[in-house]
Design a protein around this ligand. Structure first.
Ligand code: HEM
Length: 449
């Protein structure tokens, strides 16, 4: 067995950091095409093993999940932002918090809240006028933020507080744009942008404090076990029983606020972009939505019946996965695809590389929602598509995201058609999630026009 997988030779100190930072998407695609299942490169001092074989991905995320942990974020920038919230915590803390959170994300609870999601979507479209242009990425972030605040924190925020949250997202995102220097020097060395990053965290902490204080009076009573089941109420009750520190509660709320809306907003943005560019697909979705809704507002029962709309959303996440790569660190040296990965190695599982690989997808660049029809899925490995990760650490918000995306899209599509007026192709920015760099301006057209 060869010890080191093939891969590019990087520069001294930076490794392949500069090439990766220049265009991570092209870099990932080139490695996948040249080396296949596994390749190795250096991200600054860190040996990185990129794995694109779906069976190996399944092993890492599902069957051997115990043998891997999330990379050491504690003390670094992401750790400072999200702390010990669900996305980053490990071991007993993670298990306890995940068990606590689960009922808030149960399908039964979510289906019962569908009308509330549709209400938020309708309030958004009521504010649009035919002929005007909107920035779709911002609009989608606002509506998904309102949904997460309502369903998981039990609050509605006034417009100016929504603006406050939204204006922090850019400085936060900028901090995670790949920068070869960041890979090469320690985290504590001050860098441009750090002050803005700290300030953004401080502002979001203030908003969360306000929300928590507002709710504490209503749900902090530990005896109120039959109280509301939104995640914040559940955590406040646990705190009342002495089972949740203020810091843990803050970390969960910050994780929920950020992980809970940006990814869904991006999924909606990319779906709307693709629908605008592909007339036949758009017309077929419009027909499905019209026939199913028959003039009414979308409900949970309608979502159960939508088929093509779900394929369209999946196909959008295949081409534009909001989370474009996952990272893990092995607990001890491990054999992957015939090579040994050492315990200080970083394992990268790139949705971007796998979702667009010609090894698993015919004509991978084409937008073709039919790929997700049952008969065309038969021969495809399960982990050729993993927008929500997999195994014990899979996305807790997966069902909420899919329900929400369908309700919001159906609400919009039943009345409007959006025409993309920005520049193509999309210029993508790799931060914690994958954002378009250009403004996603779209013109609102009345469907009856
Ligand atoms: C289309 C929308 C979404 C996408 C593509 C997405 C993607 C992901 C992925 C790939 C992971 C796994 C990360 C890893 O294994 O390292 C994840 C985890 C997570 N997601 Fe999502 N997500 C979405 C929506 C949501 C929503 C709506 C929420 C909350 C309401 C949410 C909350 C979380 C949390 C808390 C975790 C960590 C779970 C754990 O480790 O136990 N996500 N998400």
């Amino acid at each position: 067995m060869a010890d080191t997988p093939p891969g590019p030779t990087g520069e001294p100190v930076l490794g392949s950091g500069r090439r990766y930072a220049d265009d991570p998407f092209a870099f990932i695609a080139a490695l996948e095409e040249s080396y296949g299942d596994i390749s190795r490169f250096e991200m600054g001092p860190i040996p990185t093993y990129m794995v694109t074989d779906p069976d190996a991905i399944e092993r890492i995320l599902v069957s051997d999940a115990d043998g891997f942990r999330k990379p050491a974020f504690q003390g670094d920038a992401l750790g400072e932002l999200l702390g010990e919230g669900l996305l980053l915590s490990e071991g007993k803390t993670w298990k306890r918090q995940r068990d606590l959170a689960q009922p808030a994300f149960s399908m039964r609870r979510l289906l019962g809240l569908s009308d509330r999601i549709t209400d938020h979507a309708t309030a958004m479209t009521d504010g649009w006028g035919a002929g005007e242009t909107i920035d779709v990425e911002t609009e989608m972030a606002r509506v998904t933020l309102r949904v997460i605040l309502d369903l998981m924190m039990g609050v509605e925020l006034p417009e100016d507080r929504i603006d406050t949250v939204q204006s922090q997202l850019e400085p936060l995102g900028r901090r995670f744009e790949p920068d070869p220097l960041r890979y090469a020097i320690p985290d504590w060395v001050p860098m441009p942008g750090d002050a803005e990053y700290e300030a953004a965290i401080g502002t979001l902490d203030d908003v969360l404090d306000e929300i928590i204080e507002r709710r504490r009076g209503t749900d902090g009573d530990p005896s109120a076990d039959d109280g509301p089941m939104d995640f914040l109420s559940v955590l406040l009750r646990a705190q009342g029983r002495g089972e949740q520190s203020a810091q843990q509660l803050r970390d969960e709320m910050m994780t929920m606020l950020l992980a809970g809306h940006d990814t869904t907003a991006l999924t909606l943005t990319y779906t709307l972009f693709l629908l605008s560019e592909h007339t036949e697909v758009r017309e077929r979705v419009e027909r499905e939505v019209d026939e199913q809704l028959d003039g009414s507002e979308p409900t949970a029962a309608d979502v159960r019946e939508f088929e093509y709309l779900e394929w369209v959303i999946n196909e959008a996440m295949r081409l534009y996965p909001p989370v474009f790569a996952l990272f893990r660190t092995p607990e001890e040296p491990v054999e992957l695809c015939g090579y040994t990965v050492p315990e200080d190695g970083s394992v990268m599982l790139p949705q971007w590389g796998v979702h667009r690989s010609a090894r698993y997808w015919d004509d991978p660049e084409a937008f073709d929602p039919e790929r997700f029809s049952p008969d065309r899925q038969e021969d495809r490995p399960r982990f050729a598509f993993f927008p929500f990760g997999g195994g014990p650490r899979h996305c807790i918000g997966k069902h909420l995201a899919m329900l929400e995306a369908q309700l919001i899209l159906a609400t919009m599509i039943s009345e409007y058609r959006l025409e993309f007026e920005g520049e193509t192709p999309l210029d993508l920015s790799p931060s914690l999630t994958m954002h378009p760099r250009q403004e996603m301006t779209m013109r609102v057209r009345n469907r009856t026009e």
